[in-house]
Design a protein around this ligand. Structure first.
Ligand code: NAD
Length: 370
């Protein structure tokens, strides 16, 4: 017997298709809403269709009528809102499209929940980018990686918000609307400020999804550029651990309503760019040629989430260690490398078109790749 009903916007994306499988395998009714704009989303749908039943709504979250129709159609227990423009770099070149998808799109979904099903748990996939540069967090180099001098547990939710880049602004606005709709309208809504999420079905490109991108590029022998010295550090979280956190939130609406949570691997699951290259070299049994370029303006030496609030509130903790998780991703890329040849080629073509248009972003305010 089906137990719960979940709507996953962006359900054909990396996190979304994994979420659809995860909740589907727990016998929940799954509805996916996606406009299939992301390269790889059609392939993710094919994978989902293989032995799995779900409803697909091909729609854009900017289309208010379509969103209203989908949200009002079923008594959802939860809406997991993932649909978004996801690259900082793209937000710099086309801030309007970024605003529409991320700010207005989120507003449309949230407002539909307010009007049609205010009891529904609403999870917004926010981002650590809402904290901006975090200039007060000092860093130092130790053991070949950067680390914080004054944030031993990482960055907590008490850090001041400082939206930087159009992506930071559009996601940050949506993050704040989510929390405010919980306060003003009593919707059990939460903003999950996600750090770097990685795992299978991620069609990473140079500007977004760096763990997957390095894994794919290394396997296909594509050029890898490291911006900066490669010792910059991020906490990384395997997508299955993220999905367990979503599930825990859906089961405990009172504990999450109106709250923001930093969600990442935390201090126990950190990875530098060069650490990842070393893992890949071990796996492939060869040296990976690297090109080094200037630091991207605004690129943080370190970002590590303080995840104690989520651990305390929901009794959740990451279970998949970096070594195992990265190994699993690399194996998947290895076994499915033909999936990426087309997407890597079209990404390269898009970049070339962009350059020929004279439209190349000279400045990327934040580390798009990391
Ligand atoms: N992956 C990460 O490391 C990470 C980190 C922080 C936050 N996030 C957030 O998590 C969410 C999921 O990220 P992901 O990595 O799965 O991204 P993704 O690009 O793989 O998935 C996003 C999906 O949304 C769809 N989409 C885009 N614009 C849409 C629109 N206007 N209407 C309907 N569908 C639309 C795309 O087709 C795609 O299938 C995003 O909101 C992202 O900002 C991700």
């Amino acid at each position: 017997m089906r137990t719960k009903n979940v709507l996953i916007t962006g359900g054909a994306g990396f996190v979304g298709c994994n979420a659809a499988r995860y909740f589907g395998s727990r016998n929940w009714y799954v509805t996916v809403l996606d406009n299939l704009s992301r390269e790889g989303s059609e392939k993710n749908l094919e994978w989902l269709r293989d032995g799995f039943s779900f409803d697909l709504e091909r729609a854009d979250v900017c289309d208010r009528r379509a969103v209203d129709r989908v949200v009002s159609a079923k008594p959802y227990d939860a809406v997991i809102h993932l649909a978004a423009q996801v690259a900082v770099t793209t937000s710099v070149t086309d801030p309007r499209a970024d605003f529409m998808a991320n700010a207005l799109g989120t507003f449309n979904v949230l407002d539909a929940v307010r009007r049609f099903s205010p009891e529904t748990v609403f999870i917004f996939a926010s981002t650590n980018k809402v904290y901006g540069k975090i200039a007060s967090a000092g860093t130092h180099l130790s053991g070949g990686r950067y680390g914080y001098t004054n944030r031993p547990f990482g960055i907590s939710e008490t850090e001041p918000l400082d939206f930087l880049s159009p992506y930071g602004c559009s996601k940050g606005a949506a993050d704040q609307y989510t929390l405010d709709f919980a306060r003003i309208y009593g919707i059990p809504a939460t903003s999950f400020r996600q750090s770097c999420i990685y795992g299978t079905r991620q069609f990473g490109v140079e500007d977004q999804g760096w763990v997957a991108w390095f894994s794919i590029a290394a396997r296909l022998k594509k050029n890898i550029t490291i911006y900066g010295d490669g010792r910059q550090v991020r906490d990384v979280l395997h997508v299955d651990d993220l999905l367990r956190a979503y599930e825990a939130a859906i089961q405990a609406p009172d504990k999450i309503a109106g709250k923001a949570f930093n969600v990442g691997g935390g201090p126990r699951n950190i990875l530098s760019l060069l650490d990842l290259i070393a893992v890949l070299e071990r796996k492939l049994g060869r040296k990976i040629p690297l090109r080094f370029d200037d630091w991207r303006p605004g690129d943080q030496r370190a970002y590590v989430s303080d995840i104690r609030k989520l651990e305390t509130e929901l009794g959740w903790t990451p279970q998949i260690g970096v070594e195992d998780g990265v190994q699993q991703l690399v194996d998947w890329v290895d076994q499915n490398h033909e999936l990426f040849e087309q997407s890597v080629a079209s990404e390269a073509a898009a970049r070339l078109d962009h350059k020929l248009d004279g439209n190349e972003a000279g400045v990327v305010e934040e580390a798009g790749a990391v």
